[in-house]
Design a protein around this ligand. Sequence first.
Ligand SMILES: Cc1cc2nc3c(=O)[nH]c(=O)nc-3n(C[C@H](O)[C@H](O)[C@H](O)COP(=O)(O)O)c2cc1C
Length: 191
Amino acid sequence: MNNHLKIYRPMPIDEEIKFSKKKFIVSKTDINGTITFANKNFCDVSGYSEEELIGAPHNILRHPDMPRAIFFLVWSSLLKGERVSGVVKNLAKSGKYYWVIADFDVKKDAEGNIKSLTAFRRAAPQHVIDVMEELYESMLNIERRHGMEGSLSYLEAYLEEKGMNYEEFLDDLVTPKGLLAKLISSFKNMF
Ligand SMILES: Cc1cc2nc3c(=O)[nH]c(=O)nc-3n(C[C@H](O)[C@H](O)[C@H](O)COP(=O)(O)O)c2cc1C
């Protein structure tokens, strides 16, 4: 039985969910992006139960304010077997939104085949949200008129102006410092 067909997308409302920067949200998916694991913080913040999340496509959290180009970049890296980061505005079950910094990773079996994909997320600080909100709004507007290729070109030009590639830009913006960095790296080792 596939009870996930019953999940419909919530109507977005312009209200933000803020959560502790020490609350890490973790999920795993199979190669198709179907959720196979969700930690308690994921359930608490998104408002979905574990039963609703497991077996559901990860795009149930997709917020309409997110440009498609960002997920295209994430999936392109993961399918090449490369880890990648992103800043994502997510849609909770209530229709509210929450911003995360997400580190995506690839787990492989002994033969080197992709076994699972993981995402490790933390709350995005306001200065990160401010930068990404503006960038995504421009990308989304271009995407509506010129498709994803248009928004990818826009992103490329935006990064070129900063003299950075996507990874350097994110690193510069989101890399945690000090104690938080230590907390994050020890927590990540648990998954
Ligand atoms: C491990 C993993 C975690 C993901 N987490 C999210 C997420 O938190 N929010 C989200 O919108 N998409 C997430 N995605 C991307 C979705 O699979 C999907 O590509 C995205 O929501 C865009 O939806 P669409 O491909 O149907 O347009 C994740 C993908 C993977 C592999």
